[in-house]
Design a protein around this ligand. Structure first.
Ligand SMILES: [Zn+2]
Length: 394
């Protein structure tokens, strides 16, 4: 998909052309040693992203596309000696005719670019929040303008709480950790059972009998040591929910498999003002939506009452195709990353319905209910109720 081979062919052809051009006039090039020794003004013509990673101290930054418009204003003295540089010396050479045309009398390009400068051990400065290892690990994110260095930095500072390390929690946890979400909390009191392994890809046969939260922590930290994993080996209850939710979570990924937990989490997330990326699955069908307190509906707006137990069996009772939580949990991770990055259109007020057998994704608009007992204009429920009883009372 990345078509790396065809791209590198194009890149090689481009390099060949550049070399042909750059060999035409060596007198317009100086070595990095000469540039370092001389008193000329160094002008960095690379992009903002490249400059952030490393640049020569004291150099002026004018990206290549802005030289014509900005250089005269930044360097009014046309007799000022200028040494342009880029990554390897190609672009900085190519820009010289443009600088000549602006009336500058003494401009040359630094051969070998900042790479040659660094190879000589000369100092550089960096504005990058990511070290070389992180730049490599997240390089495919850095290439996307909507993420980039800033977005990746934001992800590394984001905290997400996962309710459940089961079918839905497995793929979301893996993708969120891989993406570099800096802090991931996992609430799960269950232990890994062999019947889980058909879909809960976070765990493995060697982890049978282990607490899921602990097994998950091991897998996630092994995948990405940048991630801090906080475990809660307990079931979410009215007694512990305030303590757990008040530990600085930016958003919650709900992979709960039962109604009492969903309603409890809903009420708590509204009172703590934390968005919830909700997912649920049954056999061949799954649902995803985002509940953002007061900006869209909540779980109670959508389902004021839990369905009768016989109409809503859990996976343990009703079964599920193993790959389905993989699809739904990944969609949840997608929504979680979008919310953290502030990009795209989060599924707020939209319920996405996935039908694995038909291979179809439908969407239903879900409005906020102004008379919702929890998030409505005049709430009637303002403290935790007995959620087990509420759900059994159906
Ligand atoms: Zn509501």
């Amino acid at each position: 998909m990345c078509a790396e081979s065809s791209r590198s062919t194009v890149a090689r052809a481009a390099v060949a052309i550049l070399i042909a051009v750059s060999t035409t006039d060596r007198t317009r090039e100086i070595t990095a040693q000469a540039a370092q020794a001389g008193g000329a003004l160094l002008v960095d013509v690379r992009s903002d992203e490249e400059r952030k990673v490393a640049h020569i101290p004291g150099s002026l930054h004018v990206p290549m596309s802005q030289v014509e418009a900005r250089l005269p204003e930044l360097v009014p003295d046309r007799t000022q000696p200028i040494v342009t540089y880029c990554a390897v010396g190609a672009r900085s050479f190519r820009i010289l005719p443009t600088i000549d045309a602006l009336g500058y009398q003494d401009s040359v390009s630094m051969a070998g670019g900042i790479r040659a400068w660094q190879e000589l051990g000369y100092s550089v400065e960096s504005d990058s929040v990511l070290d070389a290892e992180k730049r490599e690990r997240y390089s495919r994110h850095l290439l996307i303008p909507e993420v980039g260095e800033e977005g990746q930095g934001r992800l590394l500072e984001t905290s997400m709480l996962l309710i459940g390390a089961g079918g839905l929690g497995s793929p979301s946890a893996l993708y969120l950790a891989a993406a570099g979400v800096g802090r991931i909390g996992i609430v799960d009191d269950d232990v890994v059972d062999s019947s889980n392994l058909q879909r809960q890809v976070l765990h493995s046969t060697t982890g049978l009998g282990e607490r899921k939260a602990r097994s998950a922590k091991k897998a996630l930290e092994d995948l990405n040591p940048d991630v801090e994993v906080v475990t809660y080996e307990e079931r979410l209850t009215s007694e512990n929910v305030d303590r757990i939710l008040s530990e600085g979570w930016d958003l919650i990924v709900d992979g709960a498999d039962n109604f009492p937990t969903r309603y409890l989490l809903n009420d708590a997330s509204i009172w703590h003002d934390i968005p919830v990326v909700h997912g649920s699955i049954f056999r061949f069908e799954g649902q995803v939506t985002v509940f953002k307190p007061h900006e869209g509906p909540c779980y109670r707006c959508l389902f004021p009452q839990p369905p009768p137990p016989e109409l809503a069996p859990s996976c343990a009772e009703g079964g599920v195709l193993g790959v389905l939580p993989g699809v739904i949990g990944s969609l949840q991770a997608n929504e979680a990353l979008k919310l953290a990055l502030g990009i795209g259109e989060p599924a707020i007020g939209r319920l996405l319905l996935f039908d694995a057998l038909a291979a179809r994704l439908d969407e239903v608009k879900i409005p906020r209910d102004p008379s919702c007992p929890v998030c409505g204009d005049d709430p009637t429920i303002t403290e935790y109720v007995d959620y087990v009883e509420f759900c059994q009372g159906r």
